[in-house]
Design a protein around this ligand. Structure first.
Ligand code: URA
Length: 213
């Protein structure tokens, strides 16, 4: 849904993921394009069986124009490897395609996107999922879960389950966002959340294996 005062996301009616990515360069559907360096679109094959959705690009991703290449990306890569899932077999994207930040000294500090910004960006996620039709979606953290499931979701309570109610024709598993793992203050929490994300990724791989080809 378009944000008041902004045009709707210019999602093309047809074309490939590459066409979608190119069209997203001109997206002015919310104010975030004004302060971001790049639009950070999803990456991976349209034949991916697993789609992983994060919140929004971080500082490193904004500069590189690629999703999950900073510290959260390293944590995701570690967990994918432990789960036995090569990163190049999954499609990785975000609920919001521009980096939202606030200056703090010389640092660009991550700022959570608003519900309106998540909604304004949703047509891109819908278009990606419509092209890929994955066997399973993994939503990392509350913002991704909000975008995909359309409701607030407590990760602590809902993680580790296959939600068969299906979003866009695919079952959904919610799990910890890698940044939440990195932010944990107690090392026991870091370890527990990291192990749970690995478990949830393994569960996704199992769901994908079970689907008829
Ligand atoms: N956090 C996210 O949610 N996505 C990224 O691409 C990087 C960090």
């Amino acid at each position: 849904m378009a944000l008041k005062g902004y045009p709707p996301a210019p999602v093309p009616g047809k074309g490939s993921l590459k066409d979608l990515k190119e069209a997203a360069e001109d997206c002015h559907a919310c104010p975030l394009y004004k302060t971001a360096t790049h639009v950070v679109f999803g990456e991976g094959s349209s034949r991916s069986k697993i789609v992983i959705i994060g919140e929004q690009p971080g500082d490193k991703e904004d500069l590189a124009g690629e999703p999950f290449v900073g510290p959260a990306g390293s944590m995701l890569d570690y967990c994918l490897e432990k789960a036995g899932i090569p990163r190049n077999t999954v499609y990785v994207t975000n609920a919001v395609k521009h980096f939202k930040w606030t200056p703090q000294g010389k640092i660009r500090l991550h700022k959570k996107p608003s519900a309106g910004e998540v909604k304004a960006c949703k047509p891109w996620l819908e278009a990606e999922l419509g092209k890929i039709k994955p066997d399973v979606i993994i939503a990392l953290g509350a913002t991704a879960a909000l975008s995909v499931l359309g409701k607030a979701t407590a990760i602590t309570k809902e993680r580790g389950k296959v939600m068969e109610q299906e979003a866009y024709g695919s079952p959904v598993i919610v799990s910890w966002h890698p940044s939440a793992i990195l932010r944990s203050i107690r090392s026991e929490d870091t370890e527990q959340k990291r192990e749970q994300l690995i478990e949830d990724l393994k569960l996704a791989a199992k769901v994908a294996l079970k689907k008829p080809q």
